[in-house]
Design a protein. Structure first.
Length: 965
C-alpha cells in the first residue's frame, strides 16, 4: 500500500517567503518599542503563534494584556501592508513545478499555517483554488508544535493522517508533524533542526528547488533499517504480529495486542520475577493486569477492528526510539469516520512505567467520543488464574489503582493509572472514576467537530514486592510507590527521556549493515527484542527462551541465555550480562539440590530454570500431533551440558571484561562447583588397552532429535574443558586472592587431591575424534544409524521429527540443530582446517535447517564464514534473522525466539567480521556477502571501547578500521 496519499505544506518559508515580511513587521515594531530584534531572534518565531512571536520580541519584558493586544495589532497592520505586494511571482523556486506534478498525479495537497492571513496570501499567490484544504490560525486553538493543525488538514482532505507528508521550514512545525503521526520534509539548514529526535521520520532539504514528486514519496517512507512496518490488517496473522510488535524495557514487556482488544487475541504482559505455580511446567511468569485497556466509542458504537469498516490500517515499531505506533481510519456502523493514532512505550529509563497516547480526529461528521481507560485484573495465563485481587481505589492525584497477590507464591503487585486529555479547540474533558471490582477505570467524553482532535494520555506505573513478602494489608508502600511514579510525569517528557535512553543503548549496541536493508532491519529487530527483555537492575532474573513476549516455555530460562544471548551483552553492555550471570549464581542452591537428588556432588544447573534455580522442566507433555497422548520429556534429566554452558559464559564474561571482583566473589564458585558435578558424573571405565577412561552416558546433546546417547561430543568436550578451566580458575584464585581460595575450598569441601582428580578425569573423558580425517562422532554409533534420503531435506514441508516420529528421528542420521559444528564455533582455535571441512561436510547436509531448531541457523552462518563461504553463511544468517519477522516455522505466535536474537549478532560479529581475541591482540578477518558494502559495530574489551568498520572497495577489497574510541 502506498505510504503517500497527500501533502500538507506550511506556508511561510515553504510556499512563499512571507517569513521575510513577518521579520520586517516585527523588526519595525521592535524599533518603535526600543527593542532589539535580529535574524537569530526571528528564527525562534518560525512556526509559532503571533502571541508567542511577540514574547520573543519582548524578551521577557512584562506588558499588560491591553498593550500586548495593541502591539500584535500594529505588527499585523505592518505585515498586511507588505502583503499587498505579493503575487504569483512570489512562489518560491520549485514550488510551481512541484504543484503541477501533484496535480498531474491527482495527489491532493493542503496548506496548514498558523498564520491567520493564510487565505489572503494563498489567494494573492494564485493557488487558493488548487488546494484541497486550507487550515489556518483560526482552525484550531492549539498551534504547532501540537499536532492539531495538521490532523485538521488531513481530515479536511479526507486522507488518513498517517498517509500524509508535511513540508515545513520550522522545527516546531516538524515536531507537530511527527506528533500527528506524519512524516516530514524539513526545509532549511541542518542546525535549525538539530534538536529533533534521532531517527525521527524527517528528511531535510535546503528548499523545494529541484524537489520532485518522487522525492516526496521517498520522504514519506519509513527508514528501512529502523522501522518494522505492518501495512494493512490481516486477522490471520494476529498472534504472529503480537509477537513481532512486543515492547519492553528490561522489567516488563507487553505483546503487540490492540488497546481495544480483538477476538481470539493472545494479549499478555509479563514482568521479570513474578512467578506462580502451575501444573505440568511447575511454575510460569504470570500475565500482569491488563494495563493497555482503552475503549473508544463513537456516538455509542464501540471501536474494534472486527466491527464497522477498517478504511486504513498501519502500525510500526520505531526500533531506534522504542515506540509502537498504530494508525487506523475507521468507519463506525453509524457511518461516522474517525482517524486514530496510537503511540505507546515502556519507559526504558523508568522501568516500571508505561505510557499510551491516543489522538482521535473526527473526519466526516461531528461525533460524541467516549474513552474508558482501565486496569483489568481479571486476566489469566491461557485460562489459568494466578492473581488474588485485593483493594482498589482512586488516589489523591486522580489516578486509579489496584493491588493483587499471586495465589501460590504470594508475590505482591500494585498498578496505578492516570488519564489526561486535551482538545484542539474547546475545554478539555476531565476524567472521572468509572470501574467495577477488579477493574478500576477512568472515563471521559467530548464532542468533536470535523477536523477536531482529542488527545488522551494514559500513564501506568507498577510496583512489585516479590522480594519482601508481607502479610495482607501490610503493603501500602507498594501503592505509594506506584502512585508516586505518576506524580509530576508528562507523556512528552517521559517519551523524550525514554528515547534518549534508547539512543545511549544503540550507541554501544548497534550493528550497521550497508547494502542490504532487510538484513539491517532484521538484525536490529533481533537486538531490540533481546534488549527489551534484558534485566537492567535485577540480578535474580534472566532472559527466558521466549524473552517476555509470549507463553512459550512459560518464561523458563535455558542454555539459550548463556551460549546465544550473553555474548552480545558481554561485548556491548557488560553490566546487563553481569546481572544475568548473577541470576545463575543465586540459583546455585537449586543446582546443588538437583545434583544431590541425582546422586552427584557439586552443582548441576537445571535445563529449565525459573525463580529458585531448581529444575522446572516438565516431565510429561501432550504429544504435538495427538494431545490425548503424553510424551516423556527427558531434557530435564539428561541434557546436562547446561552446567558447562554456564561456566563457558562466566569465563567469556571474565576474559572480555576483566572483572576480577566478579570472578572472585561469584564466578569461581559457579565454575568450581560445576566441576565437582562433572567429576562425579563422568563414569570410569577400562578401555581395550586396560587404561582408565571416563564416559558420560545417557545424555542429550544440543541435537535434541537424539535422546539417551553415550559420549556426545559436545557434552564430553565441554565437560573436559570445564574441569580444566576449574583448575585454571582455582590456581588464579589461590595466587591472587588466597584467603578467598581457602574460604571457597572449605565451603565446597575441596580436598587436597581434588585438583589432581579433576585433571585425571578431564584427561580421560572420551572424545570420539578421528585424528586422520578430523571427523568427530556426534555420539557413539551415530554413523551406524539409518541415513536419510538427501532429497527429503530439500522437499520436507515440516519437521523431520514430525515426519519420522520421535523414535524414528532418534534412529536416523538427522540433526535438529548444530551439535559438533557448534562445538567448532565455540572453540574455533582448537580445531584445524581439515576438522572444520570434514565435519561441515558430514553434518551440515543432514541438519533440519528449515524446520528443526531456531538455534541452529546462526551457528551454521558463523561456521560457514569460518569455512570462507560467505554466501552460504548469508542464507543461514537470514534464516535465523527472519525467525520471527517472517515466521518460517509457524510458531512465532508463541513468542520471540530468544536464541536467534543473540545468535545473529554472533554470526555478524564473529562470523562475517571474524572478530577474535588472542594473546597478541584483537583481530578481524572479514568475509562479507557479495552485496554487503559495509559492516560496522562497537564492542568493549577490558573497559576500552573499540570500533570496527569494514567497507568493501570497488574492486572487492576490504578497507578495515579497527581501533579504540
Amino acid at each position: 500500500m502506498s505510504t503517500l496519499h497527500a501533502i500538507i505544506f506550511d506556508l511561510d518559508g515553504v510556499i512563499t517567503d512571507t517569513a521575510e515580511y513577518h521579520y520586517h513587521a516585527w523588526q519595525r515594531l521592535a524599533d518603535e518599542e526600543g527593542l532589539t530584534f535580529d535574524r537569530e531572534a526571528n528564527e525562534r518565531c518560525r512556526g509559532v503563534t503571533r502571541r508567542d512571536s511577540l514574547m520573543v520580541v519582548l524578551g521577557g519584558r512584562p506588558e499588560s494584556e491591553e498593550r500586548l493586544q495593541d502591539m500584535m495589532a500594529r505588527k499585523q497592520s505592518y505585515y498586511e501592508a507588505l502583503l499587498d505586494q505579493i503575487g504569483p511571482a512570489d512562489l518560491l523556486p520549485g514550488v510551481a513545478d512541484l504543484l503541477d506534478q501533484l496535480d498531474a498525479a491527482a495527489i491532493p495537497y493542503a496548506i496548514a499555517s498558523a498564520s491567520k492571513n493564510a487565505p489572503a496570501v494563498c489567494a494573492r499567490l494564485g493557488i487558493a483554488d488548487r488546494l484541497g484544504m486550507l487550515a489556518d490560525g483560526y482552525s484550531v486553538e492549539r498551534q504547532k508544535p501540537y499536532p492539531d493543525l495538521f490532523r485538521f488538514a488531513a481530515a479536511g482532505l479526507g486522507v488518513p493522517a498517517a498517509r500524509c507528508l508535511v513540508v515545513e521550514d520550522a522545527a516546531a512545525g516538524v515536531e507537530a508533524a511527527l506528533a500527528a503521526g506524519m512524516a516530514a520534509l524539513a526545509l532549511g539548514p541542518a542546525e535549525r533542526f538539530a534538536d529533533l529526535p534521532d531517527g525521527a521520520r524527517v528528511t531535510r532539504r535546503d528548499d523545494l528547488d529541484g524537489v520532485a514528486l518522487d522525492d516526496l514519496r521517498a520522504a514519506a517512507e519509513f527508514d528501512p533499517g529502523w522501522f518494522v512496518v505492518q501495512d494493512g490488517f490481516d486477522p490471520t496473522t494476529q498472534h504472529h504480529m503480537e509477537t513481532v510488535f512486543t515492547l519492553g524495557n528490561g522489567w516488563f514487556a507487553a505483546r503487540g495486542s490492540f488497546e481495544e482488544g480483538y477476538p481470539g487475541e493472545s494479549a499478555a504482559t509479563f514482568a521479570h520475577g513474578l512467578w506462580d505455580d502451575m501444573p505440568i511446567s511447575f511454575t510460569e511468569l504470570v500475565n500482569l493486569p491488563h494495563w493497555l485497556h482503552l475503549t473508544i466509542s463513537i456516538d455509542g458504537d464501540e471501536f474494534r477492528l472486527d466491527r464497522g469498516e477498517v478504511v486504513d490500517f498501519r502500525r510500526h515499531t520505531d526500533l531506534r526510539r522504542g515506540l509502537l505506533c498504530r494508525d487506523v481510519t475507521w468507519r463506525a456502523p453509524n457511518g461516522k469516520v474517525i482517524d486514530l493514532h496510537f503511540e505507546r512505550f515502556h519507559a526504558y529509563h523508568r522501568e516500571r512505567v508505561g505510557a499510551i497516547r491516543l489522538l482521535a480526529t473526527a473526519v466526516s461528521h461531528p461525533c460524541a467520543i467516549a474513552i474508558r481507560a482501565g486496569l483489568d485484573g481479571h486476566v489469566a495465563n491461557e485460562n489459568l488464574l494466578h492473581w488474588r485481587l485485593g483493594e482498589q481505589g482512586k488516589g489523591p492525584n486522580g489516578a486509579v489503582w489496584l493491588r493483587a497477590r499471586t495465589r501460590h507464591t504470594g508475590h505482591e503487585l500494585a498498578v496505578a493509572a492516570s488519564l489526561s486529555a486535551e482538545l484542539s479547540a474547546g475545554h478539555a474533558p476531565a476524567p472521572a472514576a468509572d470501574g467495577c471490582p477488579g477493574f478500576p477505570a477512568l472515563a471521559l467524553a467530548a464532542d468533536l467537530a470535523p477536523g477536531q482532535t482529542l488527545q488522551v494520555d494514559k500513564l501506568v506505573a507498577f510496583a512489585a514486592g516479590r522480594d519482601r513478602p508481607t502479610a495482607a494489608g501490610d503493603d501500602w508502600h507498594l501503592f505509594e510507590n506506584a502512585l508516586g511514579d505518576l506524580n509530576n510525569l508528562t507523556y512528552d517528557r517521559l517519551r523524550d527521556d525514554h528515547a534518549a535512553a534508547w539512543g545511549r543503548v544503540w550507541q554501544r549496541g548497534d550493528v550497521v549493515i550497508e547494502g542490504d536493508d532487510e538484513a539491517q532491519l532484521a538484525l536490529r529487530f533481533n537486538l531490540f527484542q533481546l534488549l527489551v527483555a534484558a534485566p537492567q537492575h535485577d540480578e535474580r532474573v534472566s532472559i527466558g527462551a521466549k524473552t517476555l513476549s509470549g507463553y512459550g516455555y512459560r518464561g523458563h530460562v535455558f542454555w539459550d541465555t548463556e551460549i546465544f544471548i550473553l555474548p552480545y551483552l558481554i561485548y556491548t553492555n557488560p553490566r546487563l550480562a553481569r546481572n544475568m550471570l548473577l541470576y545463575r549464581y543465586h540459583g546455585l542452591p537449586g543446582a546443588r539440590r538437583k545434583a544431590q537428588g541425582n546422586g552427584y556432588s557439586g552443582a548441576q544447573f537445571p535445563w529449565e530454570s525459573a525463580e529458585t534455580g531448581d529444575e522446572v522442566t516438565p516431565r510429561w507433555v501432550p504429544h504435538f500431533s495427538d494431545p490425548t497422548r503424553l510424551v516423556r520429556i527427558w531434557t530435564g534429566d539428561i541434557q546436562i551440558h547446561i552446567t558447562a554452558d554456564v561456566a563457558y559464559a562466566v569465563m567469556q564474561y571474565w576474559r572480555v571484561t576483566g572483572d576480577d571482583d566478579f570472578m572472585r566473589d561469584y564466578g569461581a564458585e559457579m565454575i568450581l562447583d560445576g566441576a565437582r558435578f562433572w567429576a562425579a558424573r563422568a563414569e570410569p571405565e577400562t578401555d581395550e588397552n586396560g587404561a582408565t577412561t571416563y564416559a558420560i552416558r545417557d545424555v542429550i546433546g544440543p541435537d535434541e532429535y537424539h535422546e539417551h546417547v553415550d559420549n556426545n561430543a559436545f557434552t564430553n568436550f565441554m565437560a573436559r574443558w570445564h574441569l580444566l578451566t576449574a583448575l585454571e580458575v582455582f590456581d588464579w584464585l589461590q595466587t591472587t586472592h588466597p584467603a578467598a581460595a581457602v574460604d571457597l575450598a572449605d565451603r565446597l569441601q575441596l580436598a587436597a587431591d581434588t585438583p589432581a582428580h579433576w585433571k585425571n578425569v578431564a584427561g580421560g573423558i572420551r572424545f570420539l575424534h578421528n585424528p586422520d580425517t578430523g571427523l568427530i562422532d556426534q555420539f557413539e554409533g551415530f554413523f551406524d544409524r539409518e541415513p536419510v534420503d538427501p532429497e527429503l531435506f530439500r522437499t520436507a514441508d515440516r519437521s523431520l521429527q514430525v515426519i519420522f516420529g520421535i523414535e524414528g528421528a532418534n534412529e536416523r542420521q538427522v540433526l535438529k540443530q548444530a551439535d559438533v559444528i557448534m562445538l567448532l564455533c565455540l572453540f574455533r582455535d582448537a580445531f584445524d582446517r581439515r576438522a572444520w571441512q570434514t565435519n561441515w561436510d558430514a553434518y551440515m547436509p543432514i541438519t533440519d535447517h528449515r524446520f528443526g531448531s531456531s538455534l541452529g541457523p546462526s551457528f551454521h552462518a558463523w561456521a560457514a564464514c569460518e569455512m570462507d563461504r560467505p554466501e552460504e553463511a548469508y542464507a543461514h544468517f537470514m534464516l535465523a534473522a527472519r525467525a520471527d519477522l517472517r515466521n518460517p516455522r509457524g510458531n512465532a505466535g508463541d513468542g520471540i525466539h530468544a536464541a536467534s536474537t543473540g545468535g545473529v549478532w554472533q554470526a555478524a560479529v564473529f562470523g562475517f567480521a571474524g572478530l577474535r581475541h588472542a594473546a597478541e591482540g584483537h583481530s578481524v578477518r572479514p568475509r562479507l556477502p557479495r552485496h554487503w558494502r559495509r559492516l560496522a559495530f562497537t564492542y568493549a574489551y577490558h573497559d576500552t571501547i573499540y570500533s570496527v568498520d569494514i567497507a568493501r572497495g570497488e574492486g572487492g577489497e576490504y578497507r578495515v578500521r579497527h581501533e579504540p574510541q
